[in-house]
Design a protein around this ligand. Structure first.
Ligand code: UDX
Length: 554
């Protein structure tokens, strides 16, 4: 075999045809779907270590395609694991055409791969159950230390990739230039750490490689003679780039098609990493304005991701910190969000008052920032960001306590509508509802639940992360029909803002409930006066509270 490996990857995206994505979660699947629909002539494989996840995508994808062949596209009901606006049609056009799901990638596929996307999840390194039964002071002590991201998935999948490349014993594969795009949210300086780990892998496996290199290709031996040569090998054949993702659930496809910015982070003083980011830039330029694609050092790009999420969290905590005083004085937080946000220096986004931010990112990334600051002895700065999270937990406890008191006074059932962490998604991670459910279960309150998108299985799976045991679940009933969930109930809580709720005929709901029914509108869905006219006693977050003239006395 005569190997002429060097410089086969030009600064030219046309040479790049095969993509492998490690991780079939939200970021990986949506990103690859958009890439595959932009580049119909290129091949995209999504790999996941969990076979059941890959099977789920393959089975639901096949059903989707079959039904589309038979009926009108718009009529198709999707069973895809992700519910996301505009995803369905895009996905059906590329699934099993140029986008494939595989539990195992073959040696041939590894050989063909030009770009690897790392999109595995990096949860908080926190193993304890989430507590809803502790004081705010105890919560503050827990937050103060910050929590790192758990990086095992990132390191494991890259080590497996290197191992598989070696196992193939194919010099073409070992000396194939690849771009590795790190997309998972990670602590600062991770890209450099990844390079170091790949370097250590090849250093530790030097003898295995030397055995593979045959006499005809002896010129390749020099790569493995000295440590600094191995480092050069890694730079050249594993070109690393960090591209943080800024997808928000519900608008993710739009975020991918028309992003505010795309950051391409290269390792400083590493010309191969810089070159790779230029190649990737040309790939993005097919559908994104040049000015929006920013090349920067990877430390800054990694930091931008974490700081952006911390800033979003900070804005929500800032507006939420004003809700209590609004309720006390009868000011309206929703008007305030609008009038404060009209100042163009402040801006209107992320000023919507709520029971707190949920989801898998804002809290996790702020905790990571706190960890980074406190482990560098930046105590005052760490304390500042700690308060952003303390406020969020305080808000959740404050509202949960009001709902509990209201229900105990009536000795009746609480009905909760909306289980996901925000409207129009089925994602329950970090959701306020699950926090509230856990809190109410710990106080022996009877609960009925309804959500048009979240299944009972998804709910129970998430609830297992909280500090109550399954024997308490007898107090909780999951209902398939919303009207059923109101029988025997005196308290109705809207715990997210699914657009589906806007169409509810509230008179009908009121009539199903017990006398003296209370409505907790936590997401500004309903007009206070209209609800009062129907007969509800209303708690509207950031609008009214203990004033006996117009509110519930709780
Ligand atoms: C977030 C970031 O927006 C995204 O850039 C990052 O990549 C991942 O984390 P996501 O978790 O999907 O995205 O949700 P987002 O829309 O940011 O909302 C987070 C939480 O904040 C939700 O619970 C939402 O209801 C709440 N929120 C948001 C408010 O309470 N008020 C607001 O004004 C905005």
């Amino acid at each position: 075999m005569d190997c002429r490996f060097v410089d086969d990857l030009q600064t030219n995206q046309e040479k790049i045809n095969n993509f492998l994505c490690l991780g079939s979660g939200y970021v990986g699947v949506l990103t690859m779907t958009v890439f595959a629909s932009q580049y119909k002539n290129k091949k995209f494989i999504i790999n996941d270590k969990f076979k059941n996840v890959i099977d789920k995508w393959n089975n639901s994808g096949k059903i989707l395609r079959k039904s589309i062949e038979n009926i009108n596209k718009d009529d198709v009901q999707s069973n895809l694991p992700i519910v996301e606006k505009n995803f369905h049609n895009l996905f059906s056009n590329v699934f099993n055409e140029n986008l494939f799901f595989k539990n195992f990638y073959s040696d041939e596929e590894i050989l063909a791969t030009d770009v690897v996307f790392v999109c595995v999840n990096t949860p908080s390194l926190y193993s304890n159950k989430i507590k809803t039964n502790i004081s705010i002071e105890q919560i503050e002590l827990e937050i103060k230390r910050g929590i790192e991201h758990d990086m095992r998935n990132v390191f494991d999948c890259l080590e497996e990739l290197c191992e598989r490349i070696l196992q193939s014993k194919n010099l073409l594969s070992i000396f194939k230039e690849r771009i590795i795009i790190q997309k998972s949210t990670v602590p600062i300086e991770t890209l450099k750490l990844i390079k170091d780990k790949i370097f250590k892998f090849f250093k530790n496996n030097r003898t295995r490689i030397l055995e593979i290199i045959d006499a005809k290709n002896s010129h390749l031996l020099e790569y493995f003679e000295y440590d600094h040569k191995i480092f050069e090998y890694v730079s050249k054949y594993f070109k690393l780039v960090n591209i943080p993702e800024f997808l928000a659930e519900g608008s993710a496809i739009n975020n991918l098609l028309c992003p505010d910015r795309v950051l391409l982070g290269y390792i400083k003083d590493d010309k191969e990493s810089y070159r790779a980011s230029l190649i990737i830039k040309s790939i993005y330029e097919k559908w994104i304005d040049k000015e929006k694609i920013i090349l920067l050092d990877s430390t800054s790009s990694e930091m931008t991701k974490i700081v952006s999420n911390a800033f979003l969290a900070q804005r929500i905590s800032s507006i939420n910190s004003i809700t209590g005083i609004c309720e006390l004085y009868g000011a309206d937080i929703n008007i305030l969000s609008q009038t404060v946000g009209m100042d163009s220096r402040i801006g209107k986004n992320y000023l919507k008052a709520s029971m707190g931010f949920g989801g898998s990112c804002l809290k996790k990334d702020t905790l990571s920032l706190i960890f980074f600051l406190s482990s560098n002895n930046l105590v005052v700065e760490a304390n500042y960001w700690t308060q952003v999270l303390v406020l969020n937990e305080f808000q959740r406890l404050r509202i949960s306590e009001k709902i509990k008191n209201c229900s105990l006074k009536r000795n009746k059932t609480v009905t909760i509508f909306g289980l996901s962490f925000k409207g129009d998604t089925n994602d329950v991670r970090g959701s306020n509802s699950i926090f509230l459910i856990s809190y109410l279960l710990n106080h022996n309150v009877q609960i009925k639940l309804y959500d048009p998108l979240v299944t009972k299985y998804e709910l129970e799976n998430e609830l297992k992360m909280y500090d109550n045991d399954e024997s308490q679940w007898v107090n909780m009933t999951y209902c398939d029909f919303y009207l059923d969930s109101l029988i025997d109930s005196s308290v109705l809580v809207f715990c997210n803002n699914h657009s589906y709720f806007n169409n509810f005929e509230m008179e009908k709901l009121y009539l199903k409930m017990n006398d003296d029914a209370c409505l907790f509108d936590l997401y500004d869905i309903f007009c206070l006066e209209n609800m009062k006219k129907i007969g509800f006693k209303v708690f509207k977050l950031g609008v009214n509270d203990l004033n006996p003239n117009n509110f519930i006395n709780i």
